[in-house]
Unconditional design. Structure first.
Length: 286
């Protein structure tokens, strides 16, 4: 009986993982092939495989929250964080290249750019950064465009989290998109107060607390990845423009301000041990 690879031979490690296909995907553009270009391609293809796994886990966590399974969702997100730790350390392998070695094949990459990583943008969107402006970068890529549009239309981690809190009796609007600025501000305040309630009474709301902690850890390690990536880029090329025509490091630095779950961070500002029958000490502040 033949297996799915069309062979009658028993399934092997190489066949199961399609190793022959996998190691044939690193096509260097420099001619003759620059020694360090293989490393550059391998690192970025590995990123994309890890991004695929992260998206797989984020989708699962959203489903688990929607099914009111916060403990399972928190465990799923812990896996995402462990992957992100690998991504941070993986960046530094690129720093084994010398700057002049990188310049030896960098021009071959034009006009491609890391900004065109579809799956990176999917992670941002699925985590809560829903910005339709990212579609502009992919207007000529039908495959990527459809995937990104689907992500924008689907619930994000942020929306699923606050919907879960709402079902558990906390005043936390799940959807704040499309509202007037003042109404958005009020709803963000309501979300922040809900998070404060969880942080203050974490023993009584331990499942929600564990889930909130796993979400902020995902946010933290993704930001750490951005920071390490920026440092690596500056170490390699200084402040040169990006291969896709972007401002390079200058633009990348602005992304450090991005937060998937700003309310989880903001709540720490108002956290206080002094509270009584009236509730947590946030009235009139958020």
């Amino acid at each position: 009986m033949s297996n799915e690879y069309g062979s009658k031979a028993p399934l092997s490690y190489n066949k199961y993982l399609r190793v022959q296909d996998l190691i044939g995907l690193q096509d260097c553009l420099s001619d003759p092939a620059h020694h360090d270009e293989l490393l550059f391609i391998t690192i970025h293809q590995t990123y994309e495989l890890w991004f695929k796994q992260i998206l797989h886990e984020l989708d699962a966590a959203i489903e688990q929250m929607s099914a009111d399974r916060p403990a399972q969702a928190a465990r799923t997100l812990r896996r995402v964080v462990e992957i992100e730790k690998v991504l941070v350390s993986q960046i530094h392998i690129l720093e084994t290249m010398t700057p002049i070695s990188f310049l030896g094949f960098r021009d071959e990459l034009n006009p491609a750019s890391g900004f065109q990583s579809m799956q990176f943008r999917e992670i941002e969107i699925s985590s809560g950064l829903k910005d339709e402006k990212v579609l502009h970068e992919f207007r000529e890529d039908e495959f990527a465009l459809k995937r990104l549009e689907a992500r924008l239309a689907a619930p994000s981690l942020s929306e699923a989290f606050y919907a879960l809190l709402g079902r558990r009796g906390l005043d936390a609007p799940a959807d704040v998109a499309g509202l007037a600025a003042e109404e958005q501000r009020k709803n963000y305040g309501r979300r922040t107060r809900a998070v404060l309630e969880i942080l203050t009474h974490f023993e009584e709301r331990y499942e929600e607390f564990q889930l909130a902690e796993s979400l902020i850890e995902h946010d933290e390690y993704f930001t750490l990845w951005r920071a390490h990536h920026i440092a690596m880029v500056e170490r390699m090329v200084g402040t040169k423009p990006g291969t896709g025509g972007s401002e390079g490091v200058g633009y990348l630095r602005t992304t450090l301000r991005k937060k998937f779950f700003p309310e989880l961070w903001e709540a720490r500002t108002y956290l206080d041990t002094k509270h009584g029958a009236a509730g947590c000490p946030f009235a009139g502040k958020v």
